[in-house]
Every structure is written in structure tokens, then in C-alpha cells.
Design a binder for this molecule. Sequence first.
Ligand SMILES: [Zn+2]
Ligand SMILES: [Zn+2]
Length: 119
Amino acid sequence: MTDCDLCGVGIPTVAPVRIFKPKYVHSYPNGMWQGLCEPCLNAAKKVNDENAGTSCGKAGKCDFCGAIAQLFDVDIKIPSFSKGEDDSTVGICKKCLSSIGEAHERWEKEKAAEEHAHH
Ligand SMILES: [Zn+2]
Ligand SMILES: [Zn+2]
């Protein structure tokens, strides 16, 4: 089991997303791999698509890579013991969103290839 790096849900496989954390840029000049569950991946991908080409958004600290940047709201669900899940909004920077967009594309391709292999 692994944990989604955004909502913390424990699932067997997460989609790998390569991001650049400013704090670790010297130790990891090629970026670090984070893992996202499919709902988080889809939520962030949607925001990335909707905001393609726009540079608006509020300034703040990215919840994913920790960079100070323009952030976009991504609605996710956090697993909760009392309610099953809790709605939450995280702020993700454009750079992370586009990495997630790429990861989403790879993930969908892998999923399609896997389905193909089973038939
Ligand atoms: Zn998640
Ligand atoms: Zn970021």
C-alpha cells in the first residue's frame, strides 16, 4: 500500500508525478516523484485543462511542492473516519498542475495498455 501525497488515502498503486520542490532542488535537481490517487489526479487534471493559458490565481504556497507561486484551487476528498470523506480544497501551482496533466496522460495510456493485455 502507498499513500496519495495529496489526500493521504492508502491505495495499492498511485500515479507517479514528477515535481520540483524548491526546498529540495539541490538534493534532487531532476525533481522528485510524488504519487497521486486517481480521484486527485483527475481533479487536478480538470483544473489544469480549465486554466490552460491563464495566469490568474491567488498567490500563496503550493500544497504540493511548497513553492510560492500563483495557485489554483483543486477540490479533493480527504478520507475521514467519521464521515467517510471530507471535502477539501488545496492550492496547486501551475507547474505542478502541468506535471499532473502529463502524469494523467501516462496513467491513462498505461491503463489502456493493461486493459488491452487482459483481453
Ligand atoms: Zn488522493
Ligand atoms: Zn507546486
